[in-house]
Design a binder for this molecule. Structure first.
Ligand code: CTP
Length: 400
């Protein structure tokens, strides 16, 4: 994906600047041309000579070349690049980027850049957590800059927490995934639900289903790979998202999922309800563990709220709402019924009757039916591939 791409690599002053060296190596190995721009402070942490040698290009630091007085044309540089990556990005540079300050070549090029801009912060955990940094980061995201989240780990201060620059290998993987797909969903908010819900009977026991969450997690990843700002509301699941930009909210019960969906749905352009939400929940939850004194035990259940139908009823014309239908028989009939009843734009049908489809498998076989009743059958594929196909359909629906 990065082969032949022209990359502006901005390097800020940070202990993590040393990681720029292996990062350049990896970018060059991927076939990219790298032009390094350092802030003056960064040169105290790693020498321009090292980065120039690795990138096979003179490193730019000042607005002009001191020997010849020639201008380092930031406008030209901004136009030249296919993408700009600032790694590490210090809290100081993030603040400047968020507020349009350009007191060095790097920030001037940033303001001139027409290409996608990725930034990988590195700082101490308290600086990272500070509301001013977080506000600045939100501003950058609203400018459609793409955050490569810092990792959790040991920091230069000796403290342990969030703030470590993502590893060069992860940064390159991130670029490959997201830039490769040209970020067709950049600037769009997406809400995804995944996994089962657990409905408590008492403090020890619950009613659940076999959902692993795999399909929903793949969908969240794929939407984020396309540049969407994804919130994933996940029931109990041991799955992890690959794309670090997915914001995950863990819930347990159908009621908790409903409350989170009601919070996030109004601001979301895309909503994919993949979760296997329990249809019933115990009428009474025992406060203490129920002892096995009974010969027969009847647990009375009451229906849960149908989250998808609730969202469908409040959907605005520019929102895309997608539901799933897991059926054992008469799949298409039931799916069409759900499409209409829940006011959906698309329903994705999978049948437990199909080998390799449904719960826990790494594969799925689905049929998508949109609100115009256009049907797309997708043969057996990995859940990642199915997520790619569903996202392509979402892009089509958004462009209609
Ligand atoms: N769904 C929901 N809230 C519920 C139940 C289901 O939001 N309480 C959503 C699921 O996330 C899925 C869609 O509705 O996207 C269909 O779920 P499914 O279990 O197939 O169907 P139900 O509507 O629950 O109907 P039935 O169980 O009778 O098939």
């Amino acid at each position: 994906m990065l082969n032949g791409k022209k990359i502006l690599l901005g390097v800020c002053g940070s202990i993590a600047s040393y990681k720029s060296a292996p990062l350049i190596r990896l970018l060059a190995e991927a076939g990219a041309t790298v032009q390094v721009i350092m802030t003056p402070e960064a040169t105290n942490f790693i020498t321009p000579l090292t980065l120039a040698t690795l990138s096979k290009n003179p490193v730019l630091v000042q607005y002009y070349k001191t020997e010849t007085g020639e201008w380092n044309n930031h406008v030209q540089l901004g136009l030249w690049a296919d993408l700009m990556l600032i790694a590490p990005t210090s809290a100081n540079t993030i603040a400047k980027m968020a507020n349009g300050l350009c007191d060095n070549l790097l920030t001037a090029v940033y303001l001139s850049a027409k290409c996608p801009v990725y930034f990988a912060p590195a700082m101490d955990l308290d600086m990272w957590k500070h509301p001013s940094t977080q506000n600045n980061i939100q501003k950058l995201i609203s400018y459609k800059n793409i955050l490569i989240k810092p990792a959790y780990g040991e920091l230069a201060s000796g403290l342990v927490g969030e703030g470590r620059l993502a590893e060069p290998k992860e940064i390159v993987e991130f670029l490959n995934q997201s830039f490769g797909k040209m970020l067709l969903l950049a600037g769009k908010k997406a809400l995804v639900t995944a996994g089962p819900t657990f409905e408590a009977i008492d403090p020890v026991r619950f009613i659940a289903n076999h959902s692993s969450g795999k399909m929903g997690f793949k969908l969240a990843d794929e939407l984020a790979n396309l540049g969407a700002e994804v919130t994933l509301i996940a029931g109990p699941s041991n799955q992890e998202t690959q794309n670090k930009n997915v914001k995950r909210i863990n819930i347990t019960s159908a009621e908790e999922m409903l409350q989170q969906c009601l919070t996030y749905f109004p601001g979301s352009r895309i909503c994919v309800m993949n979760a296997a939400v329990a249809d019933f929940t115990p009428k009474i939850v025992a406060n203490q563990k129920m002892k096995k004194q009974y010969q027969n035990l009847t647990i009375e259940l009451k229906p849960t709220v149908d989250i998808l139908q609730t969202l469908g009823a409040q959907k605005k014309h520019d929102q895309i709402l997608i539901g799933f239908a897991l059926e054992t028989n008469d799949g298409e009939r039931y799916a069409l019924d759900k499409l209409q009843k829940k006011n959906l734009d698309l329903i994705v049908l999978n049948s437990l009757a199909d080998i390799g489809a449904g719960f826990k498998t790494d594969t799925n076989k689905v049929t998508m039916i949109d609100k115009h009743l256009q049907k797309t059958e997708i043969g057996l594929k990995t859940k990642t591939e199915v997520a790619v196909d569903i996202c392509q359909k979402i892009i089509q629906l958004l462009n209609k």
